[in-house]
Each structure stands twice: as C-alpha cells, then as structure tokens.
Write a protein that binds this ligand. Structure first.
Ligand SMILES: Cc1cc2nc3c(=O)[nH]c(=O)nc-3n(C[C@H](O)[C@H](O)[C@H](O)COP(=O)(O)O)c2cc1C
Length: 211
C-alpha cells in the first residue's frame, strides 16, 4: 500500500491562512494570467468530489468581446433591478457596492451543472437531483482556493439572468447556471470581506446548532 502524504503543522497553518485570505475579488490588475494557468486550475477543480463521481461541472471560458459585453449588459440590468428591492440607506449602500469585476478581470468563465450527464450512472442523485449543482459548486470552491494559492483572485457573479446567460453562451437546455467567474491578480489584498468593509453585513462567529 502506498503511504499517504504527511501534512506538517506549518502546512496546516498555511492552509488556514489560505481560507482566511481567499476573498471574493472584484478589483483586478489588468495583468493576464500566465500561459496554462487557467487549464491547470480547471484540472485541479476537476478533482473535486461529485455525486456518484459524475463530475457534472461544465466550464465555458468567455473570451470574445461580444459575449463579454452581453454578460456585462445582463449583469447591469439585473443589478439595477436588484437595487429596486431596497430603499433608503440600504439602497444607497447597495448602489455604492462593487459587485463584479467584469470590466477588469482578464479571465472570465461560466460554470454550469450538467443534469443530462450519464457519468456516475445516477448514483446518489435520484432522490436529490440538486446534488448535481452541489457537485459543481464543490469544483468552484476547489478552484477558488487553488487560485488563491497561486496569488490569483476569483470573484463570483450571480446577479445574472440564467436564461439570458444560456442564450448568450449557447449552452444545452439541461445545463443549469452555477455562476459566472472573474479571475485575475487582485489589485488589493484584504483579510476582511468587502461586504463587511463596506458595512453591508458582518461575518458572525461559528455557531453549532444541535437538535
Ligand atoms: C453563491 C455565491 C454567489 C455570489 N454572488 C456574488 C455576486 O454576484 N457579486 C459579488 O460581488 N459577490 C458575490 N459572491 C461573493 C460573496 O459576496 C462573498 O463570498 C461574501 O461577501 C464573503 O466575502 P469573501 O468571499 O471575500 O469571504 C457570491 C458568493 C457565493 C458563494
């Protein structure tokens, strides 16, 4: 039997630091990612756990200026609509938030979950079809952490219309949108989430509920 790796104390400490400093990034330097970086990160994401080993994540890399403009227009419309849900000071605060780095991020991609995949032979998902989406989210989080370990920041954009995104990216009907992602080198480093710094919300201490 091949012995598994040993994870020393300094690795554990660095890993906690990685979790603490991961951040959702919306402010990017224009510097492009090095050749092969995206492919490497997508490869790491594909090691993520998935229901029945179905690997249902589908990555759509968005490079064409036309598609990027269409995604930006979709975000701007959805964001303007979202603003109308708030009033008073909360609306003023929402209007000031930067909720995407679509203008700056050198690398952008969408992630979908493929409900039509036969991989995994439906094991584990017959009673809970949403496990297909959960699996795709696992890949996203794996990529997010792996990117940060290479000093690359990632931002999740969910203020989008899934039907419009499917049309823009011309995806099969059985794919559901997980999110749109901006990747690049952060122009700022923070240990505190931007929404907390801006006064939108505070991160609470962990609570354990046992019933
Ligand atoms: C499912 C999901 C959707 C999100 N959508 C957005 C979004 O549309 N725009 C945005 O700025 N941040 C988005 N975020 C990032 C969160 O705002 C962020 O994770 C949270 O404020 C905590 O900050 P941190 O990731 O820097 O720790 C999303 C995060 C998740 C997990």
């Amino acid at each position: 039997m091949t012995p598994g790796p040993q994870f020393p104390d300094d690795f554990r400490a660095a890993l906690v630091n990685l979790f603490l400093w991961r951040r959702d990034v919306r402010r990017f330097k224009p510097t492009p990612l090095p050749e092969g970086a995206l492919e490497r990160l997508l490869g790491i994401a594909s090691i993520a756990p998935s229901v029945g080993l179905s690997q249902p994540w589908r990555f759509v890399v968005v490079e064409s200026p036309q598609r990027r403009e269409a995604v930006k227009a979709c975000f701007e419309r959805c964001n303007a609509e979202a603003l109308t849900a708030f009033c008073g000071e909360r609306a003023a605060l929402y209007a000031r938030l930067k909720l995407a780095g679509l203008n700056e991020a050198p690398c952008q991609f969408a992630v979908f979950a493929d409900h039509a995949t036969e991989q995994g032979h439906r094991l584990g998902r017959m009673t809970m079809p949403a496990t297909i989406e959960y699996s795709a989210v696992m890949a996203v989080h794996t990529l997010w952490l792996a990117a940060r370990a290479e000093d690359i920041g990632m931002g999740w954009v969910s203020i989008l219309d899934p039907a419009e995104m499917a049309a823009i990216l011309d995806t099969p009907p059985q794919w559901t949108l997980i999110g749109y992602f901006c990747l690049g080198y952060p122009s700022q480093e923070h240990s505190v989430p931007e929404l907390e710094r801006e006064g939108w919300e505070v991160r609470r201490p962990p609570t354990i509920i046992v019933r």
